[in-house]
Design a protein around this ligand. Structure first.
Ligand SMILES: O=C(O)CCC(=O)C(=O)O
Ligand SMILES: [Fe+2]
Length: 310
């Protein structure tokens, strides 16, 4: 089965009400996608391609600066949120068995007023990242509500554990990704743009400038995800799989290198939705398939794997 495409217009960001019938349809479609594939394209969410282009544009202008200019914004240099900031090329390995990923990232993980943001030529960076973060937050909460209904659960089971998105007590992060041109002579053995991994939190919203993402099917083969302008690609992440006792599936995905001689860059934006740090994630079917874990502890362990413990 390829990645389903679902029309979300009935519950898009501008809509106050959704009829029972519309909700029933969304529930059915999302459930099929998330139990069978783990990924879904949502069309007509209310987040427009213009909004996506605006945030991709200013992110690219940040990445194209010399490393010395980006250095002051390095991840781990912000006291109130260790995940906020710039991640340089080859620093992260999403598959720890491979060399560092050939990508750069900027994590908007904190909206705290003490955060120092790029300015000068990048005036608007803070406002653009922050407003996109908040739009993604609204859409995520809508998706989580539909997901809860699809499992016959009270929506509060998920929403009540995502009350602090946008504060430093919640790990939700808007991540701009930039994949620079690849020099095939310098590539290390086994190196990719983004190694095979599944995401850590509850769900991820993904916006891509071009193709390149591959998603693993149940059969084990990887299929190419198309790039559908205006659509948001949403996937189940590991904590949601655990929370739902494997009813919803969090699947491996990756970004391969471009073919030799193809010097095109690639950009994407990922909104990693994470439950509140103190939220205790317990199998919602009452089973004990996985022991309870707090979302913050779980996230820290996963970061230790992808960045190394130091
Ligand atoms: O760049 C992409 O399309 C995917 C990135 C990704 O999967 C991630 O950062 O978790
Ligand atoms: Fe991912």
């Amino acid at each position: 089965m390829s990645i389903p495409v679902v029309d979300f217009s009935a519950y898009s960001l501008s809509k106050e009400d959704v009829t029972d019938e519309q909700m029933r349809n969304l529930i059915k479609e999302l459930k099929t996608a998330f139990t069978e594939v783990g990924f879904v394209f949502l069309e007509n969410t209310g987040i427009t391609q213009e909004e996506v282009d605006r945030v991709m544009d200013i992110s690219k202008r940040f990445f194209l600066q010399p490393d010395e200019v980006k250095q002051p914004f390095t991840r781990k240099s912000f006291a109130n949120n260790p995940n906020h900031g710039w991640v340089s090329l080859e620093t992260e390995r999403l598959n720890p068995r491979r060399p560092g990923d050939l990508k750069e990232a900027f994590n908007t993980a904190s909206l705290h007023p003490d955060i120092k943001w790029p300015s000068g030529a990048l005036t608007g960076f803070q406002e653009i990242q922050t407003s996109f973060f908040l739009r993604c937050k609204e859409l995520s909460l809508r998706v989580l509500r539909v997901v809860a209904h699809s499992l016959g659960l009270d929506p509060e089971v998920f929403l009540g554990a995502h009350r602090l998105i946008g504060t430093d007590q919640n790990g939700t992060t808007l991540r701009s990704l930039y994949y620079p041109p690849v020099n095939s002579e310098k590539v290390k053995e086994g190196q990719l743009r983004c190694g095979e991994h599944s995401d850590y939190g509850s769900i991820t919203l993904l916006f891509q400038s071009s193709e390149g993402l591959q998603v693993r099917r149940r059969s084990g083969e990887f299929i190419c995800a198309p790039s559908i302008p205006g659509a948001v690609l949403i996937n189940v992440a590991d904590l949601l799989q655990r929370w739902t006792s494997d009813q919803l599936v969090s699947v491996l995905h990756r970004v391969l290198l471009p073919p030799a001689g193809d010097s095109r860059t690639r950009q994407s934006m990922a909104f990693f939705v994470q439950p509140d740090d103190e939220a205790l994630i317990t199998c919602c079917d009452g089973s004990n398939k996985y022991p309870p874990v707090t979302a913050g502890t779980y996230l820290t362990e996963r970061f230790n794997d992808s960045y190394g413990k130091n």
